[in-house]
Structures are given as C-alpha cells and as structure tokens.
Ligand binder design. Structure first.
Ligand SMILES: N[C@@H](CCC(=O)N[C@@H](CS)C(=O)NCC(=O)O)C(=O)O
Length: 98
C-alpha cells in the first residue's frame, strides 16, 4: 500500500458518463484510487451523501476531503491544483499555506 499519497476515493455508477470522464482523468494522472460503484453497493449512497453533501455521482474524495464531481475535478486540474493535491503527503493534503 502506498502510504505516501492521500487516498483517492470515487463513488460512481457504471452507467454514468460523468463518472467515466472522472475515472479517465484519474487514470491519466496515474493515481491509485478506490472506486465504490453504487450500482453494486447501493447501500453506500447515504454514506456518499453524508460525506459530500451531494446526491449526484461521481463524488471524489482526496485524503478524505470532498472534491465534488467531474466538473469540480476538471476545474481543479485546469487551475493546476489537482496534481499538488494528489501528490501531497498523506494527511497533509489541503492543509493550505501562508
Ligand atoms: N456536474 C456533475 C454532474 C453529475 C451528474 O449529473 N450525474 C448524474 C449521473 S451521470 C447523476 O448523478 N444523476 C442522479 C443520479 O444518478 O442519482 C459532475 O460533473 O459530476
């Protein structure tokens, strides 16, 4: 297990095009992630909503921090902020700076 990188978790539904786009972006980044497919585990939908405050898929978490859906993930990438979040030592992601 890679303890140097924050855990990346994505809630998806296999039929969702935004999920496919988010998975593609994460794969392009070469990061490991854990996918929770709500079609396979529908009982985890409430957990996703509780953690993210949202009801749509995908929902992405980096180091436990809710990132949002594909649009949010792509916007972070466009701003050049995604790589740093993904590369942050586990436990320090999103700690901000001065
Ligand atoms: N802007 C969102 C759109 C996400 C979205 O519309 N997801 C659809 C599935 S592709 C959804 O969750 N619909 C409601 C549902 O499936 O419960 C994003 O970029 O993630």
């Amino acid at each position: 297990m890679d303890t140097q990188r924050p855990e990346v978790v994505i809630y998806t539904k296999a039929t969702c095009p935004y999920c496919a786009a988010a998975l593609r972006l994460l794969r392009q980044k070469g990061v490991r992630f854990r996918e929770i497919d709500l079609l396979e585990e529908p009982e985890r939908r409430e957990e996703m909503i509780r953690r993210s405050g949202r009801t749509t898929v995908p929902q992405v978490f980096i180091g436990g921090r809710p990132i949002g859906g594909y649009d949010d993930l792509a916007a972070l990438d466009a701003r050049g902020e995604l790589d740093a979040l993904l590369a942050a030592p586990a436990g320090q992601e999103g700690s901000g700076g001065p």
